[in-house]
Structures are given as structure tokens and as C-alpha cells.
Design a binder for this molecule. Structure first.
Ligand SMILES: Cc1cc2nc3c(=O)[nH]c(=O)nc-3n(C[C@H](O)[C@H](O)[C@H](O)COP(=O)(O)OP(=O)(O)OC[C@H]3O[C@@H](n4cnc5c(N)ncnc54)[C@H](O)[C@@H]3O)c2cc1C
Length: 549
């Protein structure tokens, strides 16, 4: 209020930066997984999502959170969620970038890199705003499951793959684009969906196949304004997957009632709801009684997005930490030049690059469905990447936040983004299968033929490049062959993750990055917190590579 002091030694925020051009780890991973990929569209997206005006939208969508309008003022149920215009601006941008169902379109499929390109775009967009990516991710993920009802997929495919966003609750065929969600979790069981009690009773048959009336509830039902959902419900044959549109083909609203919105730790821009179905209309997708494997086709892809999303959040947090420490002076020099801060920043940079490498390696498998090695690696790496990358996320965000000191903990404006990242981090670890569920899923994956051989093949190019990696490459396939017990599942998932990360870095990263990663994560020259790399580490080279500008 009065001129008692001048504000100085406070950093300029990181805005109007091209998030793709400054991300060398991402560029390297793309060049490795898809040599010759045209990255110009990603650079254009990086420019857009790094812009100050899009960052303002991200802030506003998180400050002015979604509101449930269950009834109109005359008492009629409307079941609408109202969003700030900035939410819609973000959704428009994400669909325009083709981050939802677009990779399944004919043009994109013909490139041979549709899923990998989209994965890189998804990571870049996460640095702008992760919560709108919930409906975007679900719309991406529905296709493999939905294709098992060919009639519905034929009717909905063009809207699912189009680059248009239309938030209105109107009939799908009158809209240029649609979004989809999913409903599995009920009060009495989330991980164990076999406990679902929601009932579906056969109601007849029409051109979308067997039609059911659904009665029950879903305890977590994110993005309830989506145009349709894949849900699980019990039919006489057991748990089945059903397609439930919000607006029925005759134009009336389906019997889906939003009870309330969840008051969440983070992910504030996205509405997550509790719903009830009172004789709602839905159509069977896939085989009756085979709902779990049916919907898992969707879960595989949303789990990929959890790994990609956390890798994107890590990159964002790292960039903010680097931006801050380069400008902030303490004890006579920039923080980034203080030896112990160098250790913290370099350690975070290693983790971020390893997460990027693993997440994009997994994404590549989705572009090569006919390749047997890629198929086995997809089954193996989906639970591994979801488990390990997401498990590291919260710890990573806390350490990056600490680089900003007190400002890191403050929500407001500019650098307050760090608090948003921190609150978002645990979510990717919980939804779509929490940590234990992922580790146990790895054990199931190992029962499939060829897991040990595929892992050995994956690690082979890095043989002889670091003794600690050689030890893991010798022993891991044997542990995989012998099958770990449930008690050991987390440790096995961690070891497979770091081994594959190291093998990828061996092939893509500079020697300083690969060497420090192996020394710390594999050889044990590391403490229990970030910032405990050995003194001989190439700190300056690692930090220079990670700089966002
Ligand atoms: C913000 C948010 C949005 C969500 N949106 C949706 C949505 O749109 N649709 C939807 O269907 N769901 C949604 N979910 C639900 C989410 O997928 C579940 O919360 C999650 O799968 C865990 O289920 P649960 O909450 O019932 O926990 P539980 O199943 O009770 O699990 C609790 C803990 O026990 C562990 N555990 C479970 N079984 C075992 C075992 N056999 N051995 C060892 N450990 C075990 C789990 O790993 C977990 O840590 C959302 C969740 C959140 C937080």
C-alpha cells in the first residue's frame, strides 16, 4: 500500500514458451520410437499450450469450478453441469489437437504413428491443464471396446474422431463432435468391480442390438456431461458392458440422475459425480457376462494416459523449478548454481526424462498391433508404467515445489501452478487401478507366454553399457519366469520399470543422463530423497539438457 520497498529477486513466470521446442527428452523419445515423424504439428501445439492466454484459461477453469444444476427453477430435473467458459476453451483446444478419438480416424491411422503423436500431444497438453483431459482420455479410450458393437460404432465413429467440440446436451447425430465417459466404480467396490450391484434387465432388441433397462448407481462417474458412457451392470449372465447415451435416439433425456459432484483434492476443473440410473436405457457391447474384459480394453488405454499424464506433470513441475531457481538469488548466487540445488534439479531431470521415455515407449505399442513383441510389451508395460511413473509423481511434485520455497506452496496466479500440479499428482496413481492393483496386474501379465523372453529382448540393446543394468538384465527375466508372489509384486513392478527406463536411456540420452540414472536407481549410489546423486555426476550437462527455454 505504501512505498516501503521495491519488489526484486522474484522470478518472471514461465509463459509464452514453446513447450515442445524446449523439451529435449520428449523430442528424443519421439525420434527413437518413430524416426522421421513430422513434429511440426507438435511444435505448433507446444506454442499454443505454452501461451499466456491458454494458461489464463487453465487458471480460470480451476478457480471457477463446475456447478451442478440438478433442477430448473420450476423444480424440473435438468441434471446439467455448468462450466466456466475457460473449461470449454480448453476442451475446444484439446479436441482440435485430436487428443480424444482422432487417432482412430482413417487419415491418422494411415500415418502409422497416430497413437504416439497423440501421446506426445497429450503430454504437452497436460502441462497446460490436466483435468479437462479426463473426458478427453475416456473418449480416446472407448473405441476398442465400443467397436464390439459394430452398429453403435458405425453411427458414432465420425463424431468420436472429429476435431470438433460441442458441449450441448443434444442428440449425437446433430452434433459435430461428442465425448464419452465410463462408469464402473460403485460404493461397495471399485477395484473389485465384480461387486457391482447395478442391474440391467433385457428390454428388447433394435438396430443397436440388445437393449436393457438399467437400475442402480455409480459412486465415481467423471465428466457426467459426456454424450455417452460405457458402464458395467449385472445381467442374468453376469457383469456386462453397456453403452448408455445421455440423450436417447428419440431425443429424450436418459434416466441418468446426477446426485452430487465430488469435492476433490485437485482435478478441480473436471466434474466428477455420483449418479443413479432409474430404468436408464443402454445397449449391450460385446458378449453378455464378459463385461470386465470388455471394459478393460478401455482401461488399458486410460492407464497409458495416466502414465503419460504424470510424465507431463513431472515435466511441467521441473520446468517451473528450473525457471525459478535460475532467476532467484540466495547466499550470493542463483539457486541453480548452488551445488546442493544442482543435485536436486539434476535428480528431478533424470526422473522426468526416464518417465517420458517409458511412457512414450508404451505409447508406441499401440501403433503396432500386428507385432508380437510390441503386443507382449504393451501387456507388460501398461501396469508397470502406470504403477511406477504415477507412484513417483507425488514425491517428485513435492520436491519441485520445494525448489520454489514458500511461493511454491501458494495457490495464487503465475507460479501457483505448482500447487495445482501437486494436488493433481495422486489422482493418476489412484484411478484406473491403484498401485497395488497395477502391481498385481503385472503378475497376471507374466502368466502370458513370452513375457521373460520379451523383456530380455527389450533390454538386449543396452547390454554391456552399465554393469548395474547388466545385473538386472541377467536376473529380471529369471524372476519374471519364476513368478513373484503377490507380496513381492510392487518390487517386481519397480525393478522392471527402472530396468526398461535405463535401457531406453542407454539408447536415447546423453552419457551423463544414462550414467547418473544407472548409478543412482540401479547401482544404489543414491539416498532416499531426490538430491542425493553422487558427487561425480554430470550435473551441469543434465540440467542444461532439461532447461525449458
Ligand atoms: C477423481 C476421481 C474420479 C474418478 N472417476 C471415475 C469414473 O469416471 N468412473 C469410474 O468407474 N471410476 C472412477 N473413479 C474411481 C476409481 O477408479 C477408483 O476409486 C479406484 O479404482 C479404486 O477403487 P475404490 O475407490 O473402490 O478403492 P478400493 O477398491 O476399495 O481400493 C482401496 C485400496 O485397496 C487396494 N487393493 C484393492 N484390492 C487389493 C488387493 N487384492 N490386494 C492389495 N491391495 C488391494 C487398492 O490398490 C487401493 O489402494 C474415480 C476416482 C477418482 C478419485
Amino acid at each position: 500500500m505504501t512505498a516501503t520497498h521495491e519488489v526484486f529477486n522474484q522470478p518472471a513466470p514461465l509463459v509464452n514458451v514453446n513447450l515442445f521446442d524446449g523439451n529435449r527428452a520428449l523430442q528424443t523419445a519421439l525420434a527413437f520410437n518413430a524416426p522421421g515423424l513430422d513434429t511440426a504439428p507438435l511444435s505448433a501445439l507446444g506454442e499454443r499450450v505454452g501461451s499466456a492466454d491458454m494458461q489464463t484459461h487453465a487458471r480460470l477453469a480451476n478457480v471457477f469450478t463446475p456447478q451442478l444444476k440438478s433442477h430448473d427453477r420450476f423444480g424440473r430435473r435438468v441434471d446439467q453441469v455448468e462450466f466456466h467458459p475457460s473449461y470449454h476453451a480448453l476442451m475446444t483446444e484439446a479436441t482440435r489437437a485430436g487428443l480424444h478419438g482422432t487417432p482412430f480416424g482413417e487419415v491418422e491411422q494411415a500415418t502409422g504413428h497416430a497413437h504416439l503423436s497423440r501421446a506426445a500431444g497429450f503430454m504437452l497438453f497436460t502441462e497446460l491443464e490436466p483435468s479437462v483431459l479426463c473426458p478427453i482420455s475416456m473418449t480416446y479410450a472407448v473405441t476398442p471396446a465400443l467397436q464390439d458393437n459394430a452398429a453403435i460404432y458405425r453411427d458414432w465413429a465420425s463424431q468420436l474422431t472429429s476435431r470438433a467440440y460441442d458441449p450441448t446436451s443434444t442428440l449425437w447425430k446433430d452434433k459435430p463432435g461428442v465425448t464419452m465417459g465410463m462408469g464402473m466404480t460403485e460404493k461397495q467396490g471399485g477395484s473389485d468391480v465384480r461387486a457391482n450391484t447395478t442391474q440391467a434387465v433385457l428390454d428388447g432388441e433394435d438396430n443397436w442390438g440388445q437393449r436393457f433397462r438399467v437400475t442402480g448407481h455409480k459412486w465415481f462417474f467423471s465428466a457426467p456431461m459426456c454424450d455417452a458412457f460405457l458402464i458395467l451392470a449385472q445381467t442374468p449372465s453376469g457383469l456386462s458392458c453397456l453403452f448408455l447415451p445421455r440423450v436417447l435416439p428419440d431425443g429424450s433425456l436418459n434416466q441418468l440422475f446426477i446426485q452430487r459432484l465430488k469435492d476433490k483434492l485437485g482435478n478441480k476443473g473436471n466434474a466428477s459425480s455420483e449418479v443413479e440410473f432409474v430404468g436408464a436405457t443402454a445397449w449391450l457391447v460385446g458378449e453378455e457376462g464378459r463385461g470386465v474384459p470388455q471394459i478393460l480394453a478401455m482401461g488399458t488405454m486410460t492407464r497409458l494416459d495416466c502414465a503419460l499424464g504424470t510424465a507431463g506433470l513431472m515435466r511441467h513441475a521441473l520446468s517451473l523449478a528450473l525457471n525459478h531457481t535460475a532467476q532467484r538469488q540466495a547466499f550470493g548466487k542463483a539457486l541453480i548454481d548452488q551445488p546442493l540445488m544442482k543435485n536436486v534439479l539434476a535428480d528431478l531431470a533424470l526422473e522426468s526424462e526416464a518417465a517420458t521415455a517409458l511412457a512414450l515407449r508404451l505409447a508406441r505399442t499401440f501403433d503396432r498391433p500386428g507385432d508380437e513383441h510390441e503386443r507382449v510389451m504393451q501387456r507388460l508395460l501398461t501396469p508397470v508404467a502406470k504403477f511406477w511413473i504415477c507412484k513417483r509423481g507425488s514425491h517428485f511434485a513435492q520436491e519441485a515445489m520445494e525448489c520454489l520455497g514458500g511461493n511454491g506452496y501458494v495457490e495464487e496466479g503465475g507460479e501457483g501452478v505448482m500447487a495445482r500440479i501437486y494436488r493433481e499428482m495422486p489422482l493418476n496413481s489412484i484411478w484406473e487401478g491403484a498401485g497395488n492393483i497395477m502391481a498385481l496386474d503385472l503378475l497376471r501379465a507374466l502368466r502370458k507366454a513370452n513375457a521373460a523372453a520379451a523383456l530380455a529382448h527389450e533390454l538386449a540393446p543396452a547390454r554391456g553399457m552399465h554393469p548395474a543394468l547388466d545385473v538386472l538384465a541377467d536376473t529380471l527375466p529369471i524372476r519374471v519366469e519364476q513368478m513373484a508372489s503377490e507380496m513381492e509384486a510392487r518390487r517386481l513392478a519397480q525393478d522392471v520399470a527402472v530396468a526398461v527406463q535405463a535401457a531406453l536411456l542407454a539408447q536415447t540420452a546423453p552419457a551423463a543422463v544414462f550414467g547418473a540414472f544407472c548409478e543412482s536407481r540401479l547401482a544404489g549410489h543414491w539416498g532416499h530423497s531426490f538430491g542425493s546423486l553422487g558427487a561425480g555426476t554430470g550435473f551441469d550437462a543434465i540440467i542444461a539438457r532439461a532447461q525449458p527455454r
